[in-house]
Design a protein around this ligand. Structure first.
Ligand code: KG4
Ligand code: ZN
Length: 358
């Protein structure tokens, strides 16, 4: 089955073509295009929904054209017949309403025009199913159930038990800020451009993670929930108390080391909580695989720590982490989810659902 997919839930405009071999259950990527308006949001310190959606209206057709051209040599302008695809998958939630509408309405139009079935996809499932794309070498992904997925993105920090494909139970989530949101909000306090996760992680490389004793909220609680707003407040209090100013122009060598130490301490605190709680859940639910997904799963420290802890605890659990470019928003993960989904929608009925959850 060949799936054409579209993802526009936040600030990315993405499309992909993925081939699913039903016999071997393996996926291969034919093309995967992502256009981002991130650099625009860096200047405003966060995403302005209206700005994001306006950019997506500009990007959507060029992105679709390039995906079809690269994956199938199909020209949207010249061809008279529909492309050789079996279905169109689209993210219908959660996300920003204006952004979601761009993708959903485009997918509905193409479904009508080409007479191809529509597969509605939940963006959160997408981050989990990015793990099945690790098998780009045409091998089926060796993921065994039950699996535990940690979805860590700008809007979500969820621990999800997967008994089988699309058989999901949420066992924990954040009570306030998501992990990515914590990185981004702390980044703003430190005068770093949005999104701050990758910047904090890079600065942390030359910092001392033990320099500041920051809180690890809820690390020992009996449940599998998270809370990151206390960490943000702790950093705010430190910055205020010491009257630190991390403006680029007056960043002395001393301040630059201070910033690196602070970033390393923040990253360590977030990684500590995520790894500890996930492994505790993995042991309690006796899972066979751990799947990471979402933008924060691109974090190198998080990946290394999971590998290290699973090894040192001698846990018989497979760890799966998508390549960094498939952790952040993309359409390939939407096609991967669709490949294992039995849901179909008529173009007349599908609507965007910004509030969608698992
Ligand atoms: O999944 P994603 O691309 O979009 C959402 O669905 O939210 O995740 C974006 C989030 C941002 O908060 C960003 O700061 C964070 O992922 N992020 C990272 C890294 N790369 C992206 N956080 C920590 N370390 C990274 N390397
Ligand atoms: Zn996402």
């Amino acid at each position: 089955m060949r799936i054409f997919s579209i993802e526009t839930s936040c600030d990315e405009t993405a499309a992909a073509l993925v081939e699913f071999n039903e016999t071997t259950q393996s996926l291969s990527l034919l093309s995967n295009i992502v256009a981002s308006s991130l650099s625009l949001h860096a200047t405003t310190g966060g995403i302005i929904p209206e700005v994001a959606a306006r950019e997506q209206i500009k990007y959507i057709l060029p992105v679709l054209k390039e995906t079809l051209q690269k994956g199938l040599g199909y020209s949207l302008e010249k061809e008279q017949i529909p492309p050789a695809i079996d279905a169109i998958a689209v993210t219908y939630g959660p996300g920003l309403i204006g952004s979601l509408l761009v993708g959903v309405e485009t997918a509905k139009t193409l479904s009508y025009l080409w007479n191809k079935p529509l597969i509605p996809v939940n963006h959160l499932y997408g981050h989990i199913y990015a793990n099945w794309l690790s098998s780009i070498d045409h091998q089926p992904a060796a993921i065994s159930f039950p699996a535990l997925a940690l979805v860590v993105s700008g809007g979500h920090t969820d621990l999800v038990l997967m008994k089988n494909h699309h058989e999901i139970e949420v066992i924990g989530g954040t009570r306030d800020d998501a992990a990515g949101e914590a990185f981004d909000k702390i980044g703003r306090l430190l005068n770093l451009p949005y999104p701050a996760g990758p910047r904090i992680s890079r600065l942390a490389e030359r910092g001392n993670p033990k320099a500041f004793a920051l809180p690890r909220p809820m690390i020992g609680s009996a449940d599998f929930d998270f809370s990151f707003s206390g960490l943000k407040t702790a950093v705010l209090n430190l910055v205020k108390k010491h009257k630190w100013n991390f403006n680029d122009e007056n960043l002395t060598q001393e301040n630059s080391q201070l910033l690196a130490d602070l970033c390393a301490s923040v990253e360590e605190a977030i990684v500590d909580v995520l790894v500890r709680k996930t492994l505790k859940a993995a042991e309690q639910y006796e899972v066979k695989s751990i799947l990471l997904g979402g933008g924060v799963a691109a974090n190198q420290k998080l990946r290394e720590r999971f590998t290290f802890e699973i090894g040192s605890l001698k846990l018989d659990i497979g760890l799966f982490v998508p390549p960094a470019q498939l952790c952040t928003d993309n359409a390939a993960m939407i096609a991967a989810t669709a490949a294992f989904s039995h849901e179909r929608a008529d173009w007349r009925d599908l609507s965007a659902n910004p509030q969608l959850y698992f």
